[in-house]
Write a protein that binds this ligand. Structure first.
Ligand code: ADE
Length: 295
């Protein structure tokens, strides 16, 4: 076991790194924050729309779509009452059209079950169809300014590069960072997203990078490599993709998946090779535009 004095020394090193990190982040953010349209609101409906659009689509492409979407559906009731086809046609250009369906479903559910007023806890929010843990957390942080854990690709990159932690240790670190109360949760998460976008794009300059003194990555240290998407050996394995396809086909009332839908899936190339196998094994059948389960 590590000597107590050494352990205490290490703890205080981590604590001073945390305070330094937060003070740097806070100062940097005050001077460099981006003025994004969804930062001018605390309306959970608008936050939901922005977060659904921002998953997998770049900020610059989202901005005009976000504005157009809210002009057409200014309230959750307006969205809930509109046919899905209207929602889909506004979503075109963002890709991942299933997200349009999720936003629409979520709106209808909140109108029916909560009279249009969003709940304000992660536990309640994740019970809404179409809202997963990330979106629930983002709504709590951005709409309600609650100190909850929110981990997206940006947050992951900052914590991994500065502190060298893997995803499984991030909730604990985020709680510690929020507990310091140096930054408000809303600002804190916005700041992490801004830092990632400013400094972690390929070829970005590290001039004025706020974490130069403490960042493991910018100082050339080895850091644990972030696993993308998969958390276990099974998740992300070929067997897992095959299972996902069969589950999806089972869950879809028509029992069919169009090639265009498959192309929109995250990691679609992995789905495609799993589908090729399932076709070769005659578990699936295809025609010119879709696949379906063999009868
Ligand atoms: N990516 C995901 N959510 C975001 C947000 N609120 N601002 C900027 N980028 C994001």
């Amino acid at each position: 076991m590590m000597q107590l004095s050494k352990r205490l020394e290490q703890n205080s090193l981590i604590d001073s790194k945390i305070t330094f990190f937060l003070n740097q982040l806070n100062t940097w953010y005050t001077q460099n924050k981006r003025d994004l349209p969804w930062r001018q609101t605390t309306d959970p409906y608008k936050i939901l729309v922005s977060e659904m659009m921002l998953q997998q689509t770049q900020v610059m492409r989202v901005i005009p779509k976000y504005d157009a979407f809210l002009s057409r559906f200014p309230t959750i009731e307006a969205l809930a009452q509109s046919p899905l086809s209207d929602v889909l046609s506004l979503w075109i250009g963002l890709g991942y059209n299933r997200r349009a369906k999720y936003v629409h479903q979520a709106a209808q559910y909140v109108v029916q079950s909560y009279k249009g007023i969003f709940p304000n806890t992660v536990e309640d929010l994740i019970t809404i169809p179409g809202i997963g843990p990330y979106t629930a957390g983002a709504i709590c942080a951005f709409a309600y300014n609650k100190p909850v854990v929110v981990i997206d690709a940006n947050v992951k990159k900052v914590l991994n590069r500065v502190f060298g932690v893997d995803v499984c240790d991030m909730p604990k670190l985020l709680k510690k960072l929020l507990d310091e109360k140096i930054m408000q949760p809303r600002d804190f998460y916005n700041a992490l997203m801004d830092v990632a976008s400013e400094y972690y794009a390929r070829g970005a300059s590290l001039e004025h990078y706020p974490f130069t003194q403490i960042c493991l990555w910018s100082n050339g240290h080895d850091i644990v490599e972030l696993k993308t998407y998969k958390q276990s050996k099974f998740i992300g394995s070929n067997r897992w993709y095959r299972g996902q396809i069969l589950k999806m086909l089972n869950a879809i009332p028509t029992g069919e998946l169009k090639f265009s839908d498959i192309e929109e899936l995250n990691e679609s190339e992995k789905y495609v090779s799993a589908i090729e196998q399932l076709l070769a094994e005659k578990l699936l059948v295809r025609d010119s535009v879709k696949i379906y389960l063999a009868k």
